[in-house]
Ligand binder design. Sequence first.
Ligand SMILES: *Cc1c(COP(=O)(O)O)cnc(C)c1O
Length: 459
Amino acid sequence: MDKMPPVYSPEEIDRLKKSDRTLIWHPFTQMKEYAGEDAPIIAAGEGCYLTDISGRRYLDGISSLWVTVHGHRVPALDRAIQEQLRKIAHSTLLGLGNVPSILLAERLVEIAPSGLERVFYSDNGSTGVEIALKIAFQYWHNTGVPEKKRFLSFYNAYHGDTLGAVGVGGSELFHSIYGPLVVSSLKVPSAYCYRCPYGGPGPQECGRECFDAVTRMIDRHAGELAAVIIEPVIQGAAGMLTWPQGYLSHLRKLCDTYGILLIADEVATGFGRTGRLFACEHEGVSPDLMVVAKGITGGYLPLAATLTSKRIFDAFYAEYEELKTFFHGHTYTGNPLACAAALANLSLFEEEAVLERLRPKIKRLEELLHDFMELPHVGDIRQAGFMVGIELVKDKKTKAPFPLARRTGRRVILKAREKGVIIRPLGDVLVLMPPLVIPEEDLRRLCAVVAESIREAAG
Ligand SMILES: *Cc1c(COP(=O)(O)O)cnc(C)c1O
């Protein structure tokens, strides 16, 4: 019985749908569109599938917004939370410790890139980023270099929606309106190779102009720069823009040479998404600060962690009256239930050999995506492990985009939803981000439905 999805009467369904549209202001959503589209209301999930209140099942093609790792209703994760519930649901880290937060910190330090030895908890990616920015800023203040107070970030970057994170964000669409509210960072173009900002011919004959551009920027501004913040290997919310090989290690070298901290925002890429536990591992890079969130609890509960080095931690370690304390914290910092879920998530990575089993599936996905280039209006396909962006364009030859008002990406995902697959667009880039444990047949179905939906709805 306990596995049956809940059943709702037609009256209850009507009421839930109406209240969803009239009472809830959905994130990143034009509510005028939402009001007209009869979005499913999810009532249950199992493995890689979601079930709505009418009993319809959908393949979860975006891991419930990039978080689900082992699927939904994973017995080991359910159990870990239930067991923790029998002890305590919440206790604060302000002046007290709690057991799951300690055990998780031990594990995180073990698995993180070398040198990351201190853990500051918060509850979402944006706050994790705020913490990294504030620590970097205060590090230079505490060590007597207060003129190093600016950040360098990238065009198209997405680091979250709180104002500090928006200041280092680089999305015109999301961020420009808030310009007057934020301290803006220095910005350098990112590697949108399909539309190379330096007019390069594309990855095949790349002159690595973007490497030189960031070098010049850092050379010019090193004296005032506290830190550089980057989404390693792939810029996610920008539309899945993959960095050229070697860019991250180039940046690490520059930061070392010029005495600038490197912040890796692994909120999206962490916990296996790109095929390694952390994306920094692809280039053997250890950042000075690393932010993780999304996949940390396997997609169960909100939790984030900002990891840093002993050297940075030590710059805050002083007599109270020196005022070097990091005055920052959130009410639910280090929540025991979330930490228990995260511990169980990490155990599953080992017990189920998730990364080993993922490797052939990444390859398979790459093969499946190969055929997409034949589809009308597919301009570019970008992939880093299980993070995929398919860019739709009006004209493949000129790369001319569709007009904004046409809402092409949205049309395609609505078509896919009719066919029982949930995906989300970023503008006219379709995002595929299935749970890491998705069986191969579901992976094939995901790609088949998306291809059909492009054929039927993009043109
Ligand atoms: C999602 C995301 C964030 C923000 O995380 P929230 O939990 O939504 O606040 C920050 N950085 C990156 C790279 C992300 O993908």
